[in-house]
Ligand binder design. Structure first.
Ligand code: SAM
Length: 305
């Protein structure tokens, strides 16, 4: 059963909602889902509420998905599939300049809600239809916000759509995960890297963690979103960057992959998603995997009225 009305979340959201005030301890594995524009959700967060952002935004790479096409309003086109359309509600047709401005506004808000030494794990890729747009957006972020690129991780997927109709373009089997940190936290931003030894001169030596992750493409088909990532990817990234008991925010929650990974790892997760169908899908997904999850206990959600 879904909530008929807008919400099972009362009042303002804050990190302090994760604290059991009687025990004085932070609770783990609490999931809060907001069926709204991520800027709305972030507006209600206090400064520094979030430890780490893990997300995959819309890529804005699909010019053919322009003209206001969505999975909801597009007739099936080829072999029964709406081949160029990825989302049920979101229309993926900003200009590159609009996408840059959007990304800058987003990261300025991340700057406010992410606590000291927290970071942003940002999965994004270029597409055959728009190779440059992603790089322009990344450039806008690093030149117009307080964030810088700390690392770039190559995510090698299990499979890729062969680009056989092109005589000269590569088949894209990797995607990027940009690790952003604040410019003035480059030496201090958090990572779960273990020290392995200390040299005679006192220099600390750390384990090697490579900037290459192999993980499944996705967790299966979602009828409302054709651009989902996998819990395997999320779990590998979270194990690299999320402190114990951290609060993770995914502003573009889609089918709920980040939330499932967080729940498995005992992390708190807040997600925003504009598609009501996808938020309902997320709730079902969580309840199917975690039988003991309960509304108002470890699962909170706000559906559109
Ligand atoms: C690439 S998908 C995310 C997929 C997700 N990582 C998953 O595994 O299911 C991007 C999602 O962002 C959502 N979206 C677009 N604009 C949004 C906004 N302003 N606020 C919240 N969600 C938004 C889209 O509806 C889409 O589901």
């Amino acid at each position: 059963m879904y909530m008929d009305s807008a919400s099972n979340i009362d009042g303002q959201m804050s990190i302090f909602d994760f604290i059991d005030h009687e025990q004085g301890e932070v609770s783990n594995g609490i999931i809060r889902l907001y069926n709204e524009d991520c800027f709305e959700t972030m507006k209600n967060m206090k400064d520094g509420d979030i430890d780490l952002i893990l997300t995959s935004p819309f890529y804005n790479t699909n010019k053919k998905a322009g003209k206001n096409l969505t999975l909801e309003n597009t007739p099936k086109v080829k072999h029964g599939r709406r081949v160029w359309v990825r989302y049920d509600v979101h229309v993926d047709n900003m200009t590159d300049d609009e996408y840059c401005d959007y990304s800058v506004n987003l990261f300025n808000e991340f700057d406010r809600i992410v606590g000291q030494n927290g970071g942003v794990l940002y999965n994004i890729n270029y597409g055959a239809e728009n190779t440059n747009g992603m790089f322009k957006a990344v450039n806008a972020i690093i030149t117009q916000t307080n964030f810088s690129i700390a690392d770039v991780i190559a995510w090698k997927k299990k499979s890729a759509l062969p680009n056989n109709c092109s005589p000269n373009r590569l088949t894209r089997i990797i995607e990027f995960v940009f690790v952003f940190c604040r410019k003035d936290e480059m030496k201090t931003f958090r990572m779960n890297k273990k020290m392995v030894s200390m040299r005679d001169n006192g220099q600390k030596m750390y384990e090697n963690i490579f900037n290459f992750v192999e993980a499944k493409n996705n967790d299966g088909s979602c009828p409302y979103n054709k651009a989902t990532y996998s819990t395997e990817l999320c779990e590998k990234l979270l194990s690299m960057y999320a402190p114990d008991g951290a609060t993770i925010y995914d502003p573009f929650m889609g089918s709920g992959t980040t939330a499932v990974a967080c729940k498995r790892m005992g992390l708190n997760c807040i997600g925003s998603e504009i598609s009501t169908n996808q938020v309902k899908y997320e709730i079902d997904r969580l309840k199917n995997e975690f039988f003991t999850m309960q509304d108002g206990k470890d699962l909170f959600y706000k559906l559109k009225e």
